[in-house]
Design a protein around this ligand. Structure first.
Ligand code: ADP
Ligand code: MG
Length: 365
């Protein structure tokens, strides 16, 4: 069988798991990233240099049947020339909209997907106005380049305005009403060029300090799942999407409020490696390489725990029945995603018990 060459911009853990999923399919990945010791470069060849270096991007494209991303913040201007060399998937428009929280919310709103009340903020005066109009508490966020809760400030009262402005004040911000959510859910799905779409079961996500700590899946709620699938499908269709796409939701009074989307494989979908017939990583490759998409059926009940800042005691975790361990090969740093584990069980109550045992062995730094 002919192998397919996939160029991946960014060689973090997402790229690494894509490359690993590619081997059994006969897909060979080539990365572009700044260092020689990235998680991706430990498992597949890598071009070394800046992610927006035009010469290296052109080389990546010319050596690939399709270019994709593990990092969605590459500029549209850097990407555009690649479209003359090879296929670029997901489409540039999807990356561009997801790079700007304001544009993302405008798209959701146009597609009749509910979002939190929000306003663009370009100055301290506009922040005061937004807090008055939308109300407190609220979250001030940078429109661009925020991740893992970085570039955000929660305002509890008007007295917090100064501190918020001190912390992240400037142009290009968004103020959102704070959502008193009962849960955070995410939906991961994939779409192929022919329009075939598949959806994973919902994942229920617990964050600390803006970073995902653990997820449980499938989260069984047929009504919310159907809603979420409808929303994700609308976005996929509007963007003529190819690849894996994720939407994060808040559940507020039983309703889904879309928070943000990611035009790539997602941390809350890591459980699909062991927990589903076809993982999100494999389905992303299948989608961008024009292969039929695989079954997203869950094999049982899972919990996924992120390793943040410090790696846990591997041997003790591995002693838990049904646990799979993932080390991304990164140097420890506070708040950094270093690895994760997934526990797969037959019954929800077995999963919940194993999760609580595993959580005793994991500390987040
Ligand atoms: N408007 C909001 N109301 C309540 N919590 C929020 C709000 N915005 C963000 N958060 C919390 O912060 C987390 C990270 O924010 P998010 O917008 O997803 O940014 P990112 O994941 O890109 O850092 C969310 O998962 C949620 O827990
Ligand atoms: Mg998020």
């Amino acid at each position: 069988m002919k192998s397919t060459r996939v160029g991946i911009v960014g060689a973090g853990q997402l790229g690494r798991m894509l490359a690993l999923a590619g081997y059994p399919l006969g897909v060979r990945c080539l990365f572009l990233d700044r260092g020689a010791d990235t998680p991706g470069a430990q498992v597949a060849p890598s071009l070394i240099g800046d992610l927006e270096n035009p010469v290296l991007l052109a080389e990546l494209a010319s050596r690939s049947d399709v270019v994709t991303f593990d990092w969605e913040n590459i500029s549209g201007a850097a990407l555009e020339p690649l479209e003359n060399i090879t296929r670029v998937r997901p489409p540039r428009a999807a990356l561009e909209v997801s790079q700007d929280r304001l544009a993302e919310k405008a798209l959701f709103t146009r597609l009749k997907i509910p979002v939190a009340a929000h306003a663009a903020v370009e100055s301290r005066a506009q922040l005061i106005q937004a807090a008055e109009k939308i109300g407190l508490p609220g979250v001030l966020k940078t429109r661009r380049l925020g991740y893992d809760g970085k570039g955000q400030y929660v305002l509890r009262a008007a007295a917090d305005i100064d501190a918020a402005w001190q912390a992240i004040g400037g142009a290009g911000l968004i103020y959102e009403k704070f959502q008193e959510f009962s849960r955070e859910l995410s939906l991961v799905g994939a779409r192929s060029a022919s329009g075939q779409t598949v959806f994973y079961p919902l994942s229920c996500n617990t964050h600390g300090g803006g970073i995902l700590r653990y997820s449980i899946a499938p989260f069984a709620n047929a009504r919310l799942e159907q809603r979420a699938r409808g929303y994700l499908k609308r976005v996929m269709t509007a963007l003529d999407y190819i690849g894996v796409l994720t939407i994060e939701f808040f559940v507020v009074q039983g309703r889904l409020i879309a928070n943000e989307m990611a035009p790539r494989v997602h941390n809350s979908g890591h459980w699909t490696i062991e927990g589903c017939v076809t993982s999100q990583f494999e389905n992303h490759l299948r989608a961008v390489c024009d292969m039929p998409l695989g079954s997203t059926r869950a094999l049982g009940h899972t919990a996924m725990i992120n390793f943040l800042g410090v790696m846990p005691d591997r041997e003790r975790l591995l002693a838990i029945d049904g646990l799979a361990y993932h080390d991304y090969g990164k140097a420890p740093r506070p708040g950094r995603k270093l690895g994760h584990c997934t526990i797969l069980k037959r019954l929800p109550k077995e999963r919940t018990k194993a999760l609580s045992n595993a959580l005793k062995l994991v500390e987040w730094a």
